[in-house]
Design a binder for this molecule. Structure first.
Ligand code: AR6
Length: 181
């Protein structure tokens, strides 16, 4: 686990399963149609139960790429699921970086609106959506650091990497970014 303090908040990087996190809000890697798929999304709906999809259907029709919507967390330990939609990676020349940054930022904004003190993210877009992990980790970490510098909340932002290789990349990139803080 790696942890740094910034503006009285903490940014943590850990390896594990997002559905097991004891935080107030977990972020889902959703799609624009908010239709449960595989990866993190599949795991969250499976463990959280049908209430999450029922609430999505009641409240929303879709969620544009770069934005995020909120539901309760059903049977999960968290209180809320923030469904964020990252971009599908094509060649890196179609605004993917900006859209990925916006997806993180939108989720953080929802967390602040909800008043939650702790939030956990998976590495958005780095599975089915094909975003290269090095670039994705730089965007994720820079966006979170900028947000914490600016707002000083939430108190805890945790990146939860499922794969050891992804975890190692995030740690390396944060070590580099830390020296410029
Ligand atoms: N906890 C944390 N991270 C996980 C978990 C888990 N339980 N399971 C997988 N990962 P993905 P995307 C990692 O594909 O690329 C879905 O079908 C995984 O190793 O979940 O944003 C949706 O419905 C990868 O690094 O999301 C969308 O249609 C990361 O989570 C589409 O996939 C993201 O992989 C979204 O694709």
């Amino acid at each position: 686990m790696m942890r740094i303090e910034i503006n009285n908040s903490f940014l943590e990087i850990t390896q594990g399963d997002i559905t097991e996190q004891e935080v107030e809000a977990i972020v889902n890697a959703a799609n624009e149609r908010l239709i449960p798929g595989g990866g993190v999304d599949g795991a969250i709906h499976r463990k959280g139960g049908p209430a999450i999809l029922e609430e999505l259907r009641e409240k929303y029709t879709h969620c544009p790429t770069g934005e995020a919507v909120v539901t309760g967390a059903g049977n999960l330990k968290a209180k809320y699921v923030i469904h964020a939609v990252g971009p599908i990676y094509k060649d890196g020349k179609r605004g993917e970086a900006e859209l990925l940054s916006r997806a993180y930022r939108s989720a953080l904004e929802r967390a602040v609106e909800l008043g939650v003190k702790s939030i956990a993210f998976p590495a958005l877009s780095t599975g089915a959506y094909g975003y290269p992990i090095k670039e994705a980790s730089e965007i994720a970490l820079k966006t979170i650091l900028d947000f914490l510098k600016e707002k000083g909340k939430p108190e805890l932002v945790r990146m939860v990497l499922f794969l050891e290789e992804h975890y190692n990349t995030f740690v390396k990139v944060l070590e580099e970014l830390k020296s410029n803080l």
